[in-house]
Design a protein around this ligand. Structure first.
Ligand code: NAP
Length: 278
């Protein structure tokens, strides 16, 4: 008896995969256009570089034009001018996001992969937190993913294909004193990933999250240099060390590739085990 399981119904369910679903081809991003927001430095730059390594044509983004151009230059020297582009726009501005994504579609090509990575931190106890700082962090860390995600999905949905990766955090699940707006935003981003999945998974998009633990970047430089905090991170992390930006590349390539075509709405924690051990 043949059961109906949607697309692909009628194939031998226990059969040997076709050639194109095996091995390296699964993770091949050749010819796919990827936008990584906040990729002038840190995690975003490492992810853009990793996606380019896997074959993607990448678009870097950030606020500061000079730093963005310097990063574009570095990657273009490795991967070629035609494979590395830059679009400076503010991910918290609906109008700039609209223009930025339109420019990518017109000048680079159809957007297939979006990594919502841009984000900021603001460390102040809740009782001292100004409303404008709360708003600023929520806008950069949560609303931005809605704005860029919506603009990208407006193109991806009619084409029936697209990968969106929202860069969450261990703070999507765990709180710490002094970073309430960040924790609220990253928790919201986890659920936005699910909301996008509810509406777009049936239209051919896979939306997932990457949740890094403590990674050594400019954002955490003060914490790395704080001896007590540094020791706390190493002691609290089962892997016994800070994360490196390169630790996030493999999972990002997977979530951007055909290898994750039936992975929907998940948040993958890349945290050396911090979120599963007390
Ligand atoms: P980072 O070194 O501070 O870099 C932040 C990037 O975001 C920069 O490229 C910055 O551009 C860009 N950016 C900030 N606001 C923007 C805006 N409004 N519009 C466009 N670009 C903007 O940060 P990171 O450590 O790499 O963190 C990247 C992401 O990972 C963030 O979402 C962060 O919350 C998350 N994360 C980090 C860690 C960690 O331990 N580092 C852990 C968990 C999650 P400019 O260079 O122009 O300022």
């Amino acid at each position: 008896m043949q059961t109906t399981i949607g697309a692909g119904a009628g194939r031998d369910p226990g059969g040997v995969p076709e050639e194109s679903t095996r091995g390296r081809a699964l993770f091949d991003l050749d010819g796919r256009v990827a936008l990584v927001t906040g990729s002038s430095r840190g995690i975003g730059l490492a992810l853009a570089s990793g996606l380019a390594e896997a074959g993607a044509t990448v678009v870097l983004n950030g606020l500061g034009a000079d730093r963005l151009e310097a990063s574009r230059r570095r990657l273009a020297d490795r991967f070629g001018e035609d494979r590395v582009h830059a679009a400076a726009f503010d991910v918290t501005s609906p109008e700039e996001v609209r223009r930025g994504v339109a420019w990518i579609e017109d000048s680079v090509g159809p957007l297939r992969i979006l990594v919502n990575n841009a984000g900021i931190q603001h460390r102040v106890p809740l009782l001292d937190l100004a409303t404008e700082d709360w708003d600023r962090v929520i806008a950069a860390d949560l609303t931005s993913a809605f704005l860029v995600g919506r603009e990208a999905a407006l193109r991806m949905v009619p084409r029936g294909a697209g990968k969106i990766i929202n860069v969450c955090s261990v703070q999507s699940d765990l709180a710490r004193p002094g970073i309430a707006p960040y924790t609220a935003a990253k928790g919201g981003l986890r659920n936005l990933t699910r909301a996008m999945t509810a509406e777009w998974a049936g239209r051919g998009l896979q939306v997932n999250g990457l949740a890094p633990g403590y990674i050594d970047t400019e954002m955490t430089r003060g914490l790395v240099e704080d001896e007590a905090f540094n020791a706390w991170v190493r002691g609290r992390t089962p892997a016994g060390r800070w994360g490196r930006v390169q630790d996030l590349v493999g999972p990002a390539v997977w979530l951007a590739s055909d290898g994750s075509d039936y992975v929907n709405g998940q948040v993958v924690f890349i945290d050396g085990g911090m979120s599963v051990v007390v």
